[in-house]
Structures are given as C-alpha cells and as structure tokens.
Design a protein around this ligand. Structure first.
Ligand code: AMP
Length: 179
C-alpha cells in the first residue's frame, strides 16, 4: 500500500448507518481537514495526469470537485463539472441512470467536451459505480474515446470499478476497502 493509501486508511472517519441504515459512510472531509494527506492525494492525481497526458479534468458533483479543481489548478488544465439535474445553465446533455430505488440524472454543458480531449474523470469515491458509469455514458455522447478515472476511495466489494473496466475505462484509485 502506498503512502497516500496508508494515510487514508489510518485517518479516514467511517460513520456507520449514515445517511441510511446499512451504509458505512467514508467521510472524505476527515481527510481534507489534514493538509498533508490532501496534498499526497493531489500529488497522486498529478502523477496520473502526467503519465497519461491528460488534457481535461471532469469532476463529478460534488466531492469530485474538491480533488478535480485542485488538480486542474496545479496542472494548468480545464475543469469541467458533471452535475446532478437542473444545476447547469445553457444547453445541457443528460443521462438518466438507475439507483437502488428510483432514478437520478447527470448533466454536462453541451459541446464543452471535444472528441480529442484526453479526460480524467474524478470523484472522491466509487461504490456501485452507477454515478461514474452514467458520467462515462455522458462523455461518450461527445465521442470521447480517451477516458481515465480517478477515485480516492474504491469500495471494491461493490464492484463499481469492474463496471467501468468493462467499458474500457482505466481506473486509478488510492485506497481500496470494502463498503
Ligand atoms: P455509486 O454511484 O454507488 O458508485 O456512488 C458514488 C457516489 O456516492 C460518490 O459520489 C460518493 O461520494 C457517494 N458514496 C457512495 N457510497 C458512499 C460511502 N459509503 N461513503 C461515502 N460516500 C459514498
């Protein structure tokens, strides 16, 4: 386990039965409160950006914005948000996806992603992968071929990362644990 993963494992607060019974909530803010660990995480994102010659950061609402924004600033790259329904102005492209109960929608501003962009999709955590997979579908509407993804935490037993792998997406995650 790398330095960042060890630091996350040691310091992350896990809150049982939040926001609903049965969920062990990985509180990423217990990590952002520790600047030295936050910095380690950003350094790992920068390594991925350099290695894969990333040109565009796409952050998933809302905790993906925290890490995506700092990495974009550090690497001098554009930051594009993927948001939940009804929050982005102008012409919008959307994907509806299934939740355990009901549906959700992710949206992006149309025509901001170019086919030639080499994208890094960023979120704090991947669980079942529903949100990330819908985000990939959204990007693919713009014919994006080169998509890497970065998650600070991967709840491996929930198999979300497998869903992305099956779509040909490369996954970079720091701390792998069970959800
Ligand atoms: P999923 O679509 O199931 O992969 O869920 C991913 C999104 O839900 C991420 O944006 C996470 O921030 C949040 N999430 C899901 N499960 C957890 C968890 N156990 N702890 C913290 N955040 C979670």
């Amino acid at each position: 386990m790398g330095k960042a993963a060890l630091a996350i494992r040691k310091n992350i607060a896990v809150i049982k039965d939040f926001p609903i019974k049965g969920i062990s909530f990985q509180d990423i803010f217990s990590i952002t409160r520790k600047p030295e660990i936050f910095k380690l995480i950003i350094q790992e994102i920068i390594k991925v950006i350099k290695k894969h010659k990333i040109t565009t950061i796409v952050g998933i609402e809302s905790r993906g914005f925290l890490f995506g924004a700092v990495a974009a600033y550090k690497a001098d790259l554009p930051l594009i948000p993927i948001r939940k329904s009804g929050k982005l102005p102008g012409k919008i492209t959307k994907v509806k996806y299934k939740l355990e109960y009901g549906h959700d929608i992710v949206e992006i501003q149309s025509s901001v992603v170019k086919k030639s962009d080499n994208i890094l999709l960023v979120d704090d955590l991947i669980a079942t992968g529903g949100t990330a997979l819908a985000s990939v579908k959204l990007l693919r509407k713009f014919n994006s071929k080169q998509i890497n993804s970065f998650f600070v935490i991967d709840l491996e037993n929930l198999k979300g990362s497998d869903k992305l792998k099956n779509q040909g997406i490369k996954i970079h995650s720091l701390y792998k644990t069970d959800g």
